[in-house]
Design a binder for this molecule. Structure first.
Ligand SMILES: C[S@@+](CC[C@H](N)C(=O)[O-])C[C@H]1O[C@@H](n2cnc3c(N)ncnc32)[C@H](O)[C@@H]1O
Length: 202
C-alpha cells in the first residue's frame, strides 16, 4: 500500500499545532472522558499523539493506511490496549465496538469511500454505539477560507489528497441512517465535533 503521508508524518502534528494551536486536539477529545470497559475503533488516527494522555484507558482497534503514521501511533500509544492495523477497515463477524472515532479523516475521502466505510462501521457497532466525528466544515470568515484553500492545495500536492472540496458529512451520514445527537463548535464552527447514532439505536 502506497504511503501518501510518508513525507508529512514527522511534521504533521507540529504543523497543525502551529496553525491551529490546541483546537483540533480539543475537538477530538471533547466528548470523551471515561473509556474504561469500552471497545473503541479509531480509523485514520494518524500519529496518535493527541490520544496519548488517554492511552491507558484505550482498548480496541486502530486502523491506518499510512505505514509511517501507524508506526508512530504504535510508539505514541504503546501503553494502550489497542491493536494496530495497516489497511482499510473491514467489519469482522463477532467483532463489535462501543464507539468509532473519525477525526479529520472523512475530509480526505471521496463520498463513495465514506459511504462504503459507514457500511462497514454499521456492521461493527453495538446497536447503541456511536460515531464521534471531528472535522473541518465550511469556513465562516475570509481568513479561515484562505487558510482552508491553502490547506487543501498543500494536501493535494504533498499527500495526493483526492478532494478539492469538503464532503457534505451531514447529508451522507443522514442518508445512511445516522442521526446527529450532539455537536460542539470550534473556531466559529469551522471545526465541529459531532456525535452520531444509528436511527435504530435511538
Ligand atoms: C489528515 S490526517 C489526520 C490524522 C489524525 N486523525 C489527526 O487528526 O491528526 C488523515 C489520516 O487518515 C488516514 N486515512 C485516510 N483514509 C483512510 C482510510 N480509509 N482508512 C484508514 N486511515 C485513513 C491517513 O493515512 C492519515 O493518517
Amino acid at each position: 500500500m502506497k504511503d501518501n503521508y510518508s513525507f508529512l508524518t514527522p511534521f504533521y502534528n507540529p504543523l497543525t499545532k502551529l496553525i491551529f494551536g490546541e483546537q483540533l486536539m480539543l475537538a477530538k477529545r471533547c466528548f470523551g472522558s471515561n473509556f474504561t470497559g469500552k471497545k473503541i475503533l479509531i480509523i485514520g488516527g494518524g500519529d496518535g499523539l493527541d490520544y496519548q494522555v488517554l492511552q491507558e484507558n484505550l482498548s480496541g482497534e486502530y486502523w491506518e493506511i499510512s505505514q509511517s503514521m501507524l508506526n508512530r501511533a504504535k510508539v505514541n500509544l504503546g501503553k494502550s490496549d489497542l491493536s494496530f492495523h495497516l489497511d482499510f477497515f473491514q467489519a469482522k463477524e463477532g467483532k463489535v465496538f462501543d464507539e468509532v472515532w473519525l477525526h479529520f479523516v472523512l475530509d480526505t475521502m471521496l463520498d463513495k469511500e465514506i459511504e462504503s466505510l459507514l457500511g462497514e462501521i454499521r456492521k461493527s457497532l453495538k446497536p447503541e454505539g456511536k460515531i464521534y466525528l471531528a472535522d473541518f466544515f465550511v469556513p465562516k470568515n475570509t481568513l479561515h477560507r484562505i487558510i482552508h484553500q491553502a490547506m487543501i492545495s498543500f494536501f493535494r500536492l504533498v499527500t495526493k489528497h483526492k478532494r478539492a472540496n469538503l464532503p457534505d458529512y451531514e447529508q451522507i451520514l443522514g442518508s445512511e441512517g445516522w442521526v446527529k445527537t450532539s455537536e460542539k463548535e470550534f473556531m466559529e464552527g469551522w471545526v465541529k465535533a459531532q456525535e452520531w447514532k444509528l436511527e435504530t439505536g435511538i
